[in-house]
Every structure is written in C-alpha cells, then in structure tokens.
Ligand binder design. Structure first.
Ligand code: NAD
Length: 359
C-alpha cells in the first residue's frame, strides 16, 4: 500500500488550476477543468478526479487535446442538435453542450443532443446534474475512443471502452436520482487507482493478456494489457454495445477499433436525451409516483451488512459531505504524477507543493 495524502478541496482546485494553466489553457478553462475534477473526487469517483491530470497534460503535449476549444454546431433542427466537441477539454465542452441542450429542452420540451469528438467528459453524472439543476430529466449514452480496455461478453481480449450510461431525474424538494456507471465491472480509472495504491482487484473484474482471470491491476495499466470484463455478463456487454452505437455512431462520432498510435488522448462521444416533464404533461405524476416508489423500494429490509437501501446518487452525496469536511485523499503515487505533469509544462514542483496545505 502506498501513502495517502489528504488535501482540502479548494487547495487541490488551486494546484490543478495552476498545472492546467501552465499547459496553456486560459484561466477560465483551467479553473473549470480543476473544479470538475475535484468535484469527481469529492463525490468519491477518484478514477475521474485529479488523477486524470497527467494524462490530460500528455494529451495536450501530443496535440490530441485542443486548448480553449468550444462546441461547434454541425446540425440544428430545434429539438435536435448535432455538436462537435473539437477535441476540447470535456469539462468545458460537456458544460457548453448541456447548456445548449437545456435551452432547447425548455423551449421544445425535449432536446436530443449528439455530441461527437469531445476530449474526456469525466464523470457523466456531472452532466445529468447540470440538467437536474435546470429541472430536467436526462439520459446519456457515452462511448470512449482510446485504446480498447473492455472485453465483450464471451471474448478474451479488449475491444471496447468502459462506455458509461447515466440517467438523472430531479425530485422536487428532494435530492435527485443520479444513476451513473461504467458498463465495465469497474471504471478503468479505478484499476489505475488500485495499481497506484498497490492493492489487488476483486476476483472476476479483469483478465490478463492471455484472457485468463487475474486480480493484478497491472494488466489494465501497463504492458502487457489484458481487459476489464463487462458488468452483468451479456446484459452489460449489450448496453456497452448500445453506448457504442448511440453514443459513438448516432451522435456523429466514431466507434471503437484498434488504436496503434499509443497516444494518450481519450475522446468521448455522447448521445443525450433531455426531457422537460412539465412540457410532457407528466411532471406531477412523475413526482408523485417517484416518491411512492422510492419510499416503497427503499423500505425493503436491509440485507446482512447493509445499513439501508439507497437510491442512486446517495452514496456520492454522502461522500461529498464527508470529504468537504475531512479533505480529499490522493495517493502519493498519483500526487507525484500530478507534480511531474506540472514539471513537464514548466511549473516547478515547489510551486505546486506550496499551493496545497495538507491535512
Ligand atoms: P459505480 O460502480 O461506483 O456506480 C455508481 C452508480 O451506482 C451511481 O449512480 C451510484 O449512486 C450508484 N450506487 C452505488 N452504490 C449504490 C448503492 N449501494 N445503492 C444504490 N445505488 C448505488 O460507478 P463506476 O462504474 O465506477 O463509474 C464511475 C464514474 O466513472 C462514473 O461517474 C462514470 O460516468 C465515469 N466514467 C466515465 C467514463 C468516460 O469515458 N468519461 C468512462 C467510464 C466511466
């Protein structure tokens, strides 16, 4: 096990802003990227938090991540928008795409957004939360263009990405429902976190480079690469395929295939459906049925070792509340990689270290 450092969230935002800024982004972009990544850490998804910074910086240096890019509208028929993310920071592109989609969903009752060629969109729940803040329901199918890392059900090597699926539903006067997960058994970043921490994975999560079961996270982090397995066997694998076809193809992007150039960029395409239940005429019914169903289903007697039945989104909110108080843990290897990424773009290690007050 490696050491874990703990930082106040705002100190981590300042340090990451400085690294992203040093790589050439505007102050605004750097702040947006840093706030989004730290938010993922706060919500307990360290796989999509500040640990992504070294990869982003490499992608900038290789030219696969374009600085200060904005969404470009490729087709617009009112309630349908086809957008190009122009390989810009997903933290900016995702926010711009959702803002456009929200505006249209408010006007027309629904907006279908095809967003292609964004750089990594991070935690997809962030985009559902943006829609929730506007009072809207949203569904998101996402594909990942990077080196394939997930084996299809029945296969022995990696052919697809971790293709996340997400649904957000606002609950008037209550905390929302946010279901947001990778279609692999665990998110790829979680294997990186395990590798950096020096811990084993649960059995049944990954296979090695010969297609054999293993618990060693190295097989999804360093050569020779094996594969993550899909969640829910053929069902998760089927949903991953749908994310590929809707999130990748229908949204106007590309689908997964062999990547041989070894580049560090990771591109996402996302197919989103944003719905105004008020305009659908079902807002009152949704609110009433949702409350009675949530009360009914969460009243199930807890299984051994379980405190109570939760709704999707609750674990992240609880983690956020705890980490805002206790600080954000970052393992020492990941922190070292972030400091080294700063060094690659001319930010001295001492300057980054000076920005963080460790707990
Ligand atoms: P996960 O396995 O932790 O599942 C998270 C989901 O399950 C959340 O909706 C959470 O609220 C819910 N949940 C967890 N425990 C629960 C419980 N006890 N009861 C009820 N609901 C519960 O998530 P993951 O698959 O590791 O994905 C992590 C993140 O990675 C997600 O935010 C996802 O969007 C992101 N991701 C992004 C990409 C990308 O390319 N941008 C790719 C893959 C994953």
């Amino acid at each position: 096990m490696t050491d874990t450092l703990v930082f106040p969230a705002e100190a981590l935002v300042a340090a990451v802003t400085a690294v992203v800024r040093a790589a050439g982004s505007s102050e605004r972009e750097a702040a947006q990227v840093a706030a989004n990544l730290v938010e993922a850490n706060l919500r307990g998804h360290d796989s999509h938090g500040v640990g992504m910074v070294p990869r982003y910086i490499d992608a900038v240096l290789e030219g696969g991540l374009k600085l200060d890019a904005h969404v470009a509208v490729r087709a617009d028929s009112g309630a349908l928008l086809t957008l190009d993310g122009c390989q810009g920071y997903g933290q900016v592109i995702g926010a711009e795409a959702m803002a456009l989609g929200i505006e249209r969903a408010k006007a027309h009752g629904v907006c279908v957004v095809g967003l292609a060629h964004s750089h990594h969109l991070g935690r997809i729940g962030h985009w559902a939360e943006q829609c929730i803040d506007a009072g809207l329901v949203s569904i998101h199918f996402v594909n990942v263009l990077s080196r394939p890392i997930v084996a299809p059900f029945g296969g022995r090597d990696a052919r697809i990405g971790t293709n996340p699926f997400c649904v957000g539903i606002p609950r008037p006067g209550k905390e929302p429902i946010v279901l947001d997960f990778a279609t692999s058994k665990i998110a790829q970043g979680k294997t990186r976190v395990a590798f950096n921490k020096g811990v084993e994975l649960e059995p049944g999560t990954i296979i090695d480079d010969h297609g054999e079961p293993t618990t060693n996270p190295r097989y999804t982090v360093i050569e020779p690469i094996g594969a993550l397995l899909p969640f829910g066997e053929h069902k998760g694998s089927g949903l991953a395929l749908i994310c590929e076809l809707l999130g990748g193809a229908l949204a106007g992007g590309a689908t997964a295939g062999p990547v041989t150039d070894g580049r560090r960029r990771v591109l996402n395409s996302m197919f989103s459906i944003i719905v105004d239940a008020g305009k659908l005429g079902t807002a009152a019914n949704l609110a009433q049925e949702m409350e009675s169903f949530v009360a009914w289903s969460t009243a199930s007697p807890p299984a051994p070792g379980v405190e109570r039945v939760l709704t999707p989104g609750e674990p992240e909110r609880a983690m956020r509340a705890a980490r805002l108080v206790a600080g954000v843990p970052v393992d020492a290897v990941t922190w070292g990689e972030i400091v080294a990424a700063g060094g690659k773009v001319g930010l001295p290690a001492g300057e980054i270290e000076a920005m963080v007050r460790r707990r």
